[in-house]
Write a protein that binds this ligand. Structure first.
Ligand code: NAI
Length: 328
């Protein structure tokens, strides 16, 4: 039996938490021979609900689930963590400005970044899901003294999966026929799902989809607005697909990327592709055999893509400026 790894999850009693924890405990995230310890972090008012979730985890008798700790103390919650999955955040309420939302969540991610730096394992990796996830990750990264910047990620894999599914449906092929799909920029309505570099059965998308107007218009807006469409239809925001996106993200980070392909993850930019160094932005990433990752070089950015990427990066700059006082 392998040594268990420790996975800390914030917002564990929330919607995404409820869809996520069972998949971690079943082995879907780290594989069928990797035992896990779960450290579940919630705010005080949600501790009762979290107890119920833990009762359900117990009732699954998962062979891979080694230990479960429930806490609202960040030092306990991130103690020995190999992975920190930061799902919890405060949702936008009626009348709340975006800047207020950034500040409120900023306070949360400052504390979590600090607690991660002080308590987590040396190999800690942090994936932020709670929105605004790019800027929350930026704040956590800047608050986590001593933890290298390349350990911080924010999630656009759900958007990538949504984009693949839209292209597959339009081209009447299977999802698995779509590769090289990249989401660029912010996980927000400005994100750019890049059909110009995506491939269908190894060929340019335009070999299969001749409707350029659809690609440049409805395809992009459907992916950008998918979260809102799900809220309208379901009366609640995407949860199972978001949890699945996080399973896919962690698996992508722990498995070498198939040759020639890439995956979308928001990482700390090194200045590639005209994205300011230090911003947490989504771009094409590949993971190497040794587990390290890099930005895929040489992806062609045409004039159409440039304009879309620039607009999303500008939004990230604006978000960064709004929380400047939280970035130590
Ligand atoms: P939810 O409201 O059902 O659950 C959030 C949970 O976080 C609650 O249980 C709450 O008590 C907890 N929480 C709040 N502040 C906390 C703190 N300081 N420490 C620990 N826990 C805290 O929300 P849901 O549906 O689970 O979504 C969670 C977040 O994920 C939201 O911000 C949502 O916008 C975001 N999201 C991101 C996606 C992405 O692709 N990046 C996709 C879908 C959702």
């Amino acid at each position: 039996m392998k040594t268990p790894i420790t996975v800390s999850v914030t917002g564990a009693a929330g919607q995404i938490g409820y869809a996520l924890l069972f998949r971690i405990a079943s082995g879907a995230m780290f594989g069928p021979d990797q035992p896990v310890n779960l450290r579940l972090i919630e705010i005080e008012p949600a501790m009762g609900a979290l107890e119920g979730v833990i009762m359900e985890l117990d009732d699954c008798a998962f062979p891979l689930l080694n230990e479960v700790v429930a806490t609202s103390d960040l030092n306990v919650g991130f103690s020995g963590a190999n992975w920190a999955l930061l799902v919890g955040s405060v949702p936008r309420k009626a009348g709340m400005e975006r800047a207020d939302l950034l500040k409120i969540n900023g306070g949360i991610f400052t504390g979590q970044g600090k607690a991660i730096a002080e308590n987590a394992a040396d190999d800690i990796r942090v994936v932020v899901v709670g929105n605004p996830c790019n800027t929350n990750a930026l704040i956590a990264m800047n608050s986590a003294a001593g933890v290298p910047n390349d350990r911080f990620f924010a999630m656009t894999r759900l958007d990538e999966n949504r984009a693949k599914s839209q292209l597959a449906a339009k081209a009447n092929v299977h999802n698995s026929d779509i590769t090289n799909m990249c989401i660029w920029g912010n996980h927000s309505a400005t994100q750019y799902p890049d059909f110009t570099n995506a491939k269908i059965k190894g060929q340019p998308v335009t070999d299969f989809i001749k409707d350029q107007e659809w690609l440049e218009g409805e395809f992009i807006s459907t992916v950008q607005q998918r979260g809102a469409a799900i809220i309208k239809a379901r009366g609640a925001s995407s949860a199972a697909s978001a949890a699945n996106g996080l399973v896919d993200t962690v698996r992508a980070l722990t498995t070498p990327t198939p040759a020639g392909d890439w995956t979308s993850i928001c990482v700390c930019s090194d200045g590639s592709y005209g994205i300011d160094a230090g911003l947490i932005a989504s771009m094409p990433i590949f993971v190497k055999e040794d587990g390290s990752w890099d930005v895929v070089p040489g992806v062609e950015v045409d004039a159409f893509s440039r304009e879309k990427i620039d607009a999303s990066v500008q939004e990230l700059r604006d978000e960064k400026a709004a929380v400047a006082d939280l970035l130590a």
